[in-house]
Design a protein around this ligand. Structure first.
Ligand SMILES: Cc1cc2nc3c(=O)[nH]c(=O)nc-3n(C[C@H](O)[C@H](O)[C@H](O)COP(=O)(O)OP(=O)(O)OC[C@H]3O[C@@H](n4cnc5c(N)ncnc54)[C@H](O)[C@@H]3O)c2cc1C
Ligand SMILES: *[C@@H]1O[C@H](CO)[C@@H](O)[C@H](O)[C@H]1NC(C)=O
Ligand SMILES: *[C@@H]1O[C@H](CO)[C@@H](O)[C@H](O)[C@H]1NC(C)=O
Length: 694
């Protein structure tokens, strides 16, 4: 029985054993770790007696100055001893830090991220906890995943429909098709984690919940790309924002010959998915970060509104969900759609990596007849951190009347390519909603990781070119490593001091509806999704306008320091005190954003043009790589989701968007999947009727 005051924590998700350090020689490790040490070093005063190598020594006066700055700008500054300890702590002496660095060496080692994920003093002084104080795991659905014996020969299963991918698109298809009475199997290469294991530690979260260990970047390094890969896909890690596709977008798609998007039937699809998830903005309690958008926009004469959330009508005041939601309040695929599918008889396989779609080509046309892939079991204790070679691996073929591909925008085109499809549009027209980011310091003790991640949006800048391209301005996840990753690094001391003040920061994003596109293709060596995308000049111009607007909102809401994620721009440090109307005297009017210091700083920012590598971007919304078209020469799938090149093969995920949605894409993805699934069901029934009359 739980006693009061006893802290409950999620069951830890174990990580795989680190490989022995064979990929670097001893000398290479030393060099690399020396570089790591230079980014977030131990910082001490030059009067301290010590061997000089392992520390950055700064003049005593600078150390004392720094402390005075912290003391005057923080609500709860550490005492001087603790402050010195924090600066002096050396991440490399922390085994958890060292492991985190080695673990991400497959990608680019971002030591600032590892530091923010692991440093015990940063955690203590910022007040950040990985788990909300009132953590209590929500109800869990007991998925009964199919299991297979070890064996060399291919195991074969038969079904009506196989759905590849359990994310937002796949999960909706699973419910619709199984409730229509068809035999459905859903497979995903990721694994299921019940609420009792969520949220995960940051290191386990990136490993087990995200595509490419959360370290995917575009080829030129300009964009960091986040996509979910686990049971429930992006629906397990996304931030609950449930915005409907807008009228202008539906018209744009209809103008491409896709009339469906302006029909009332599409509206029914949207309403069905929103009703099922209890999408609503009635119960939101906005945290500080969200209030800055709402109040700041109001003071500047801009439009802002609460973002509807798919939280089944619950308040859900929780900011930890980016590494999985422990409360089950967010009605994601694994909480609502897939359980509903299970109740209607759907079967599930986790840890199943589909390598290709199988075709019958006897009649000169490709007809999908199933899929082939590799299943990797859990170990005997139900864990997945042990080596794959010690778990059962089995080649499995699922024979089906219809194959629905819903692997997400990064993987669906790759699966089609691996299966031998040749349509040149596959993998092209990739939209990513590139995001520019900014951190701001306030005088309040905010603890931004408390409260809904993203509950408000400013919409005044979403149409900057008259064609619906522009930015939405939103708060973002306040899990420290997620907003400190791009926080500009100019010196070790500055960065460590800024990180120390993270409990008084908010972070904001300008999400662009991109006009220009990139592409995704398989890495020639290992087949992983490789993204070629650099934000275009027009899209960067829009993002910059968004960052400037965000800075203005933060300024007017009292921010004392502002950092756009642009290396060449020093932070804006406010000298003037925020005034109140009552404080006006004589000719001194409240200048607000006309504060000459601020105006001059904005001018500088405007001149940067956000060029990479001076500026960096991120993306959590990938769309369009298998776009829908009214004609086979213009896209990959027809207006009902059928792949133009083959029979009995459908795509039903965000990859079929004809252009970028502008809104956060989950609801649009689900509504389109609802539509396509209903067509699949009709096609299946029609097929049976034809067979019956033969
Ligand atoms: C951090 C984050 C926050 C987000 N927040 C929001 C938000 O607040 N609101 C919103 O509207 N949108 C949000 N999104 C976007 C939203 O999650 C995606 O648009 C949505 O999940 C897309 O659905 P999908 O079906 O296309 O793909 P996904 O949901 O990504 O699902 C694809 C699934 O396919 C599986 N798969 C891939 N390849 C294979 C294979 N070969 N074999 C088997 N399985 C495979 C993957 O493991 C994955 O589980 C967010 C995304 C992220 C990453
Ligand atoms: C994201 O997407 C799903 C919809 O599939 C939503 O219902 C779910 O609760 C969201 N997940 C998170 C963690 O916000
Ligand atoms: C899944 O299969 C594809 C194609 O066979 C391969 O390129 C990829 O590395 C595999 N992924 C995993 C996680 O095993």
């Amino acid at each position: 029985m739980a006693t009061t005051g006893q802290l409950i924590a999620p069951i830890p998700t174990q990580l795989p054993e680190l490989k022995p350090d064979t990929y670097f020689s001893q000398a290479q490790w030393q060099i690399l770790l020396a570089l790591v040490d230079a980014t977030v070093p131990s910082i001490i005063s030059d009067s301290a007696v010590t061997d000089k190598k392992d520390h950055l020594q700064i003049p005593m006066s600078q150390l004392e100055d720094s402390y005075m700055r912290i003391k005057s700008s923080m609500r709860h500054p550490p005492d001087y001893t603790k402050f010195q300890q924090y600066l002096q702590s050396r991440p490399l002496d922390n085994p958890r830090f060292l492991q985190a660095v080695k673990r991400i060496l497959e990608g680019v080692p971002d030591t600032k991220v590892c530091f923010a994920q692991t440093d015990p003093l940063l955690r203590e002084l910022s007040g950040y906890t990985e788990v909300a104080d009132d953590y209590k795991p929500g109800p869990s659905f007991d998925f009964d995943f199919m299991q297979f014996e070890a064996g060399i020969e291919i195991e074969t299963i038969d079904t009506d429909v196989v759905i590849v991918g359990s994310g937002c698109g796949g999960a909706v298809c699973a419910k619709v098709l199984s409730e229509a009475g068809h035999k459905v199997i859903v497979v995903d290469k990721g694994y299921h984690f019940p609420p009792s294991q969520l949220p995960m530690t940051a290191e386990a979260g990136v490993k087990f919940l995200y595509e490419g260990n959360g370290a995917l970047q575009s080829v030129d390094g300009s964009v960091t790309i986040l996509a979910g890969s686990c049971w429930g896909g992006g629906g397990t890690v996304n931030w609950s924002v449930s915005l409907h596709p807008q009228g202008f977008l539906r018209q744009e798609w209809a103008d491409q010959g896709l009339d469906f998007f302006t029909t009332q039937e599409f509206q029914h699809c949207i309403d069905r998915v929103c009703d099922f998830m209890g999408v609503s903005d009635a119960h939101i309690r906005h945290n500080h970060g969200a209030s800055v958008i709402l109040n700041g926009a109001k003071k500047l004469g801009w439009a802002a509104k609460p973002c509807p959330q798919n939280t089944g009508g619950a308040e859900h005041y929780c900011g930890h969900c980016a590494t999985g939601c422990g409360s089950s309040e967010k009605e994601g695929p694994s909480v609502s759609w897939l359980p509903a599918a299970a109740r209607a008889g759907a079967k599930f396989i986790e840890g199943f990596n589909v390598s290709k779609v199988l075709f019958d080509e006897t009649r000169g046309m490709k007809t999908a007849v199933g899929i082939l892939g590799t299943w990797t079991s859990r170990d005997n204790n139900g864990n997945i951190h042990t080596p794959e070679s010690e778990r059962v691996q089995r080649q499995i073929q699922i024979r089906a009347k219809k194959v629905v591909v819903a692997c997400g925008t990064l993987n669906s085109p790759l699966l089609l390519m691996r299966s031998g499809l040749r349509n040149p549009h596959i993998g092209r027209h990739l939209y990513i909603h590139p995001v520019g980011q900014m951190n701001a310091l306030f005088s309040e003790d905010i603890r931004g990781w408390e409260g809904g991640i993203l509950t408000s949006v400013c919409t005044s800048f979403e149409n900057l070119d008259g064609k619906g391209h522009g930015v939405k301005l939103e708060p973002t996840s306040m899990i420290p490593h997620m907003f400190l990753h791009g926080h500009p690094w100019r010196s070790a001391l500055q960065w460590k001091l800024d990180a120390l003040r993270s409990r008084q920061m908010n972070s904001y994003i300008a999400i662009a509806r991109d006009r220009d596109t990139g592409r995704v293709y398989p890495d020639p060596h290992d087949g992983r999704p490789t993204v070629e995308y650099s934000p275009s000049a027009l899209d960067r111009k829009h993002i910059l306008a968004g960052i400037i607007a965000l800075a203005k909102m933060c300024y007017i809401e009292g921010a004392t320091e502002i950092w756009p994620f642009v290396k060449s721009i020093p932070s804006f440090v406010r000298r003037s005190k925020p005034t109140t109307p009552a404080a006006d005297e004589g000719d001194d009017i409240d200048q607000g954003i006309n504060d000459p210091d601020f105006v001059a700083w904005l001018k500088n920012l405007e001149r940067t043009g956000l060029n990479h590598p001076d500026a960096t971007f991120s993306s959590a919304h990938q769309m369009g790589s298998c776009r829908m078209s009214a004609h086979p020469a213009r896209g990959v799938v027809d207006p009902e989701g059928r792949v133009w090149e083959a029979r009995n093969l459908y795509v039903a995920d965000a990859s079929v968007f004809p252009t970028a949605s502008g809104v956060n894409p989950m609801i649009t993805t689900m509504a389109i999947a609802d539509w396509i699934a209903r067509r699949v069901s009709k096609d299946l029934t029609r097929g049976e009727q034809i067979r019956a009359t033969l």
